[in-house]
Design a protein around this ligand. Structure first.
Ligand code: NAD
Length: 274
């Protein structure tokens, strides 16, 4: 049994060797978990996102040392089309290819629609939706030339159903699901797939901020916020993990997933089964 499993494990480790992956918003949370999983599968990685320069350099060194891959970093602001185009151009000129793009960068703001700040609406639409259009637009020619590409959009359960007070986020994530389907149809014959992953709640700094905000707003303890507010819609009553999302991303990038395109796959403990 062990003798058979060892080569399989080694194959899984190297399943993306020689590939180059760009993960937007990968200095934290889900993006970092996905970058780690892609690195563990052998892909070179370009990180992106905000953060302290020392912390980012430390992550680069850790991934490089642990997995023996190359790890670059782009500080491009995903709200800016020009910066996104420059990030893709630099990646292509430094690595000569771009195989896997994970559109993950995202922000949240919660407010009733008639009080929703216009600048928050614009920022959420730009970072959570338009950035995926800009990365895809710039990356597709290189993917087409290689007859291989994987575009994986981190949408949300909120790409499939709504919640009150999240107008911009729900609109952007529904937009991501629509964009995913269109990209899938336009690339279907070219060895390129485009899929959306729709997580329910995953414990990350983005969610921690919501826990703190809701606890203050309702004057209730954080444990109660987690169970009765955040996970109220999530039947399995547990957060999904960044490792689960990383493993799913590696699968969607694999040859085994070559016929899976245009889907919006919930990873939500049953939320959208309601
Ligand atoms: P996070 O706050 O931990 O990480 C967000 C990342 O995006 C960080 O690396 C940050 O630096 C980066 N970022 C933010 N604005 C940026 C900008 N303008 N340019 C470049 N990078 C920028 O959040 P997370 O929870 O890991 O969320 C990641 C994605 O997953 C988001 O798209 C989010 O909507 C989605 N998502 C999260 C959950 C959840 O429960 N955490 C659930 C469903 C979907």
């Amino acid at each position: 049994m062990n003798i058979q499993m060892k080569p399989q494990a080694a194959a899984a480790q190297n399943s993306l060797k020689g590939k180059v992956s760009l993960v937007t918003g990968s200095t934290s949370g889900i993006g970092l978990g996905i970058a780690r999983a892609l690195a563990a599968a052998g892909s070179d990685i370009v990180l992106n996102g905000f953060g302290n320069a020392e912390d980012i350099a430390k992550v680069q060194t850790e991934l490089q040392t642990e997995f023996g891959i190359d790890v670059g970093y782009s500080s491009a602001d995903m709200s800016k089309a020009d910066a996104i185009a420059a990030m893709i151009m630099t990646t292509l000129s430094e690595y000569g290819r771009l195989d896997i793009v994970v559109n993950n960068a995202g922000i949240q703001h919660v407010a009733p629609i008639d009080q929703f700040p216009i600048e928050k609406w614009n920022a959420i639409l730009a970072i959570n939706l338009s950035s995926a259009f800009h990365t895809t637009r710039a990356a597709l020619p290189a993917m087409r030339a290689n007859k291989y590409g994987r575009i994986i959009n981190i949408a949300s359960a909120h790409g499939l159903v709504a919640s009150p007070f999240k107008a911009a986020y729900v609109a952007a994530k529904h937009g991501v699901v629509g964009l995913t389907k269109t990209i899938a149809l336009e690339t279907a014959e070219e060895g390129i797939t485009c899929n959306a992953i729709c997580p329910g709640y995953v414990y990350t700094p983005l969610v921690e901020a919501q826990i703190e905000g809701q606890a203050k707003a309702h004057g209730i303890p954080r444990e109660q916020v987690i169970r009765d507010v955040l996970l109220a819609q999530q039947p399995n009553k547990r957060f999904a993990t960044v490792e689960e999302l990383g493993a799913l991303t590696v699968f969607l990038a694999s040859e085994a997933a070559a016929s899976i395109t245009g889907i919006a796959l919930p990873v939500d403990g049953g939320w959208t089964a309601h």
